[in-house]
Design a protein around this ligand. Sequence first.
Ligand SMILES: [Zn+2]
Length: 371
Amino acid sequence: MKSVLIAPRKYIQGRGVLAELGSYLKMLGKKPLVLWDPCVKGIVGETVLQSIKQAGLEVVDVDFQGEATPAERARVTQIARDNGADISVGVGGGKVLDVAKAVAVDAGLKMVTCPTIASNDSPTSAASVWYDAEHNFTGFDCWPFNPDIVMVDTQVVADGPVRAFVAGMGDALATWIEAEAAHKTRAQNIAGGTSTMAAMAIARLCYETLLDHGIEAMRAVQENVVTPAVEKVVEANVLLSGLGFESGGLATAHMIANLLSNVPECKGLMHGEKVGFGIVTQLCLDDEFDTDEMYAVLDFQIAVGLPVTFADLNLEGVGRDRLVPLGDICAGEGSLCHNHPFKITSEAVVDAMIAADALGRHRKELTGIGD
Ligand SMILES: [Zn+2]
């Protein structure tokens, strides 16, 4: 048995750091390909292009076509090759970054991710998630290396949607809860080994940072301001969660989130929101998690507006018949649910989802927040 930890080579976070992107890219190459969507380009385009120009680099400017599909991956890779780019830079949300990472691997370029929202923990990871043209989740790839640079401008994040920031907290809140489960079974992580002490400590710090500073950080982002709480939670959402999930391990929370992606009513939900309900399900499945701590996690989720009930998922009144197929996949071969130190059955997962909804409704009544 071996333990493995993987990480990006450099992580840069702070207010206004995107203005320094060019000087960092210069250390990696001469001709960056920048992939972004027109909306993101409208917000940070001038800053990024100016900084690349000042560094004396020539840019290959590419508009993202809207979905992380294999076709988009092939299209951008061809542009990179045709133009002789030597760095692939993704600027924007998770889908843009995932394609930029794949292009770096396919065309043999340096890899740089610049998340403009802190909505999930993929920017630091060596993984890309794929969808089809109809936005259905189709699977993921793990690359042989992580980004050379991850750059997060906290002012850009604070100017962005609060909902995305909160979704990032949902993704990050699951990290320690899942890593702890996977650690008990010595499950193999995405890095290709068991978790190190470092990964577990990072995952725990991520969890504590959110519970301590998450609500204050959300309030600050509602006002588009950068406070120490925002800096801490951005680091938790992007860096700590990224290292923690990849070198720790995943379990039921992410399995539920992945399956909800293909439920029609949940199509409009962000990844971290689906993970939010997955966390509650996992806590209801696990007989070792402390009850008071479980209530604290639920109350935090309710306070920041993460889904904890079927109604929050647009699935109010959902019947057991529609949950059974999800339970069957959870109990099937290759499921992340098997990273728990107890046997998983379809019935147990379905019951946990129903119990999660009931618990979520109960805590909402007690806290007086919500529906
Ligand atoms: Zn995730």
